[in-house]
Design a protein around this ligand. Structure first.
Ligand code: C5P
Length: 222
């Protein structure tokens, strides 16, 4: 493989916001559209990778040629990712995984009762942190969507979760983050490197991310 190609590599990408069930008809979720993850999947396919896309329901067209694994909750995403981790070379965790889920989802639809309802939440597993603990040869890429102190939080996550690249975006900026087709990101690596990209299409952001992934994989494209 050359310095822009991913032929022969298996790339797992997660996309979308997880849905944490409250009862059979309700869930807690977030504003993630899945667009960044799907753009990453298309770009990895274009570069010749074998792509596994682990996705929550997004309504986006499925990338042609990817193996698609449908999940909803953080727990389901955890299972889907962990069971495939040994077989892949790169994991890009573009999904917005809920940090908390309802402790005990109701088996039947909840009825209206008192004026106030208290819902007990418990932490979900941190999938990326667990991958960071287990990783041997894999290249791990995380995303950090922040509203403030971008660099501090992104670098903290990079180290704490033991990832190779952290892609940080300030979701309060126009043209960045949820729902839109563009993004404004800064890519941090584990060696103190920092690259701030201008506003660009998510497709182009995906391309820049894979340029760096390939550098790490091949070590000879610096
Ligand atoms: O939520 P947080 O900002 O910590 O997310 C940073 C990265 O960690 C993202 O790539 C996200 O997909 C991943 N993550 C995860 N499991 C969680 C929370 C976050 O894999 N429970």
């Amino acid at each position: 493989a050359g310095c822009s190609e991913l032929a022969g590599y298996r790339v797992l990408i997660t996309a979308g916001g997880t849905r944490e069930p409250i009862d059979p008809v309700r869930y807690i979720s977030n504003r993630s559209s899945g667009k960044m993850g799907y753009a990453l999947a298309r770009e990895a396919l274009r570069r010749g990778a074998e792509v596994i896309l682990v996705t929550t329901p997004t309504g986006l067209p499925l990338p042609e040629g990817a193996e698609v694994v449908h999940v909803e909750s953080a727990d389901e995403m955890y299972e889907a990712v962990m069971s495939r981790f040994d077989a892949v070379d790169v994991v890009v965790k573009a999904a917005a995984v809920a940090d908390y889920r309802p402790a005990a989802p109701a088996e039947q639809k909840m009825k209206k009762q008192a004026d106030r309802l208290f819902l007990e939440l418990v932490r979900t597993p941190d999938i990326l942190a667990e991958l960071g603990r287990r990783k041997e040869r894999q290249v791990l890429v995380g995303f950090a969507a922040e509203t403030n102190d971008l660099e501090t939080y992104a670098l903290d996550k990079l180290r704490r979760k033991n990832v190779d690249l952290m892609v940080a975006n300030d979701v309060t900026q126009t043209g960045a983050g949820f729902g839109v087709d563009t993004n404004i990101v800064t890519i941090f690596d584990g060696r103190g490197g920092k690259e701030t990209l201008k506003l660009m299409a998510k497709e182009e952001v995906a391309s820049r991310i894979f340029d760096r992934v390939i550098q790490i994989l091949s070590n000879s494209c610096d």
